[in-house]
Design a protein around this ligand. Structure first.
Ligand code: C5P
Length: 407
């Protein structure tokens, strides 16, 4: 479980999005966290303390003078016990108070006493969000070291459409995990390819494969959790982009090649998990191919696609390149040979294609010093191990080029 043994103080303030914090509370508990909820006076008008108490399994605090804390210093005790303080939703009012350092209720006092990371998830009407006063307060909070998640864009409870929605609870959970993860890739940009490619034959047909993209999306998510700026170039998949990752959607291998080559110079790490089609139809028909009267299938002439991984690895200032190999037999020999053929320092092998579409995998690492197993597990756990392994192998002299997400 992603948050096993972690203590989260979930502070809920008075916006209509407070109802989504109940779901966030449930997800945090499901992820293994101990959750202590603090409600502001106005939050409790939107969602009652009983809901949060039932979901977290702990009594909720709202009052600075709560008699349940023997030394009457609830703000200190609660702040001390937490690994991370999450304010979701954070109203314009709460953000302004936090930026000013006011201390006249439980939450504001607790934020001053925290001495530890605070993650704010703003939620408000779009005009309130765009107001220069709110933006000034956000700049102050960022400069003070707060982590800001969102807001998202879309339909708002007030009927307007724009920026100011609370980030969805599942995405907030990802950002909370990231906030608590050791930032071994902070300051780095990681470029990832994922999913299958689709090679058109005509406007309705094409050649593709059974890659789900799950391993690549897990790698992108793990890299972002580790503090990297992540660019995910993805073929067609049914997956939602991991939160905080820049996703570039492509279809064909040639489009994936172009998208990767346009961004390779920004990256210190390139991880090629995509199942790129080796060949494409030499000609794409402008109209749907008709059946012939004799019903004989038409021949499809193929031409070779560019090898994206080998091309990036051959760049003069190549990022640290990691290839993936799905082999159906003789993984050890084939993967070692493939690493040399592609010219990459690290190749990750798995026995495919039976891992396609599954949530678990087994990864083997091949580098110049030989072979090492990462073992079996869920794709996200293996992706985290892989990211930690890659981070250790990056040249320390690399000057970080990018600011970490949320900075
Ligand atoms: O050549 P093969 O498909 O066996 O190698 C697999 C590795 O090479 C994967 O990392 C895959 O993403 C990458 N690859 C690529 N471009 C291709 C073919 C494979 O980047 N055209």
């Amino acid at each position: 479980m992603d948050l096993q043994g972690r203590s989260i103080l979930l502070a809920v303030t008075g916006g209509v999005a407070a109802y989504k914090s109940a779901e966030l509370c449930r997800l945090l508990v499901k992820a293994g966290a101990q959750v202590q909820v603090v409600l502001t006076e106005s939050a409790s008008r939107f969602v009652g303390a009983a809901t949060f108490q039932a979901l977290s399994g702990k009594a909720v605090f709202t009052d600075l003078w709560d008699a349940r804390v023997p030394n009457t210093m609830a703000h200190i005790e609660l702040a001390r016990a937490a690994d991370l303080i999450v304010v979701a939703p954070a109203t314009a009012h709460t953000l302004a108070r936090a930026a000013q350092g006011l201390a006249d209720d439980l939450l504001s006092t607790l934020l001053l006493a925290a001495g530890k990371p605070v993650l704010f998830a703003p939620a408000m009407n779009r005009e309130m969000w765009l107001h220069p006063a709110t933006q000034r307060n956000m700049a102050t909070l960022r400069a003070d070291g707060a982590r800001i998640c969102g807001p998202a864009s879309g339909e708002q409870a007030c009927g307007e459409v724009g920026e100011g929605r609370l980030v969805e609870p599942e995405d907030l959970l990802q950002d909370i995990v990231a906030a608590l993860t050791a930032s071994c890739l902070e300051g780095r940009t990681v470029l990832v390819t994922a999913g299958p490619t689709f090679e058109p034959i005509d406007p309705v047909r094409g050649l593709t494969n059974r890659s789900s993209g799950k391993m690549g999306y897990a790698v992108a998510r793990a890299a972002r959790e580790a503090g990297a700026r992540v660019l995910l170039v993805s073929g067609p998949t049914a997956l939602a982009a991991p939160f905080g990752v820049e996703c570039i959607a492509v279809e064909s291998a040639q489009q994936m090649f172009d998208a990767v080559m346009a961004r390779a110079a920004q990256a210190q790490v390139f991880i090629a998990t995509a199942a790129v089609a080796d060949w494409r139809p030499a000609q794409v028909l402008a109209q749907k191919q008709k059946k012939t009267p004799d019903a004989l299938p038409p021949p499809i002439a193929l031409q070779t696609n560019p090898d994206i991984l080998a091309a990036v690895a051959a760049l003069p200032q190549a990022p640290f390149c990691v290839g993936f190999a799905a082999e159906s037999e003789n993984l050890l020999q084939h993967a070692s040979a493939k690493r040399l053929r592609k010219g990459v320092p690290l190749l990750v092998g798995n026995l495919g294609p039976e891992t396609f579409g599954r949530d678990d995998n087994r990864l083997e690492l091949f580098d110049a010093s030989g072979h090492q197993s990462l073992g079996a597990g869920s794709k996200i756990d293996l992706a985290r191990k892989l990211v930690a392994h890659i981070a250790q192998r990056l040249p320390v002299s690399d000057t970080p080029l990018q600011s970490p997400p949320g900075a």
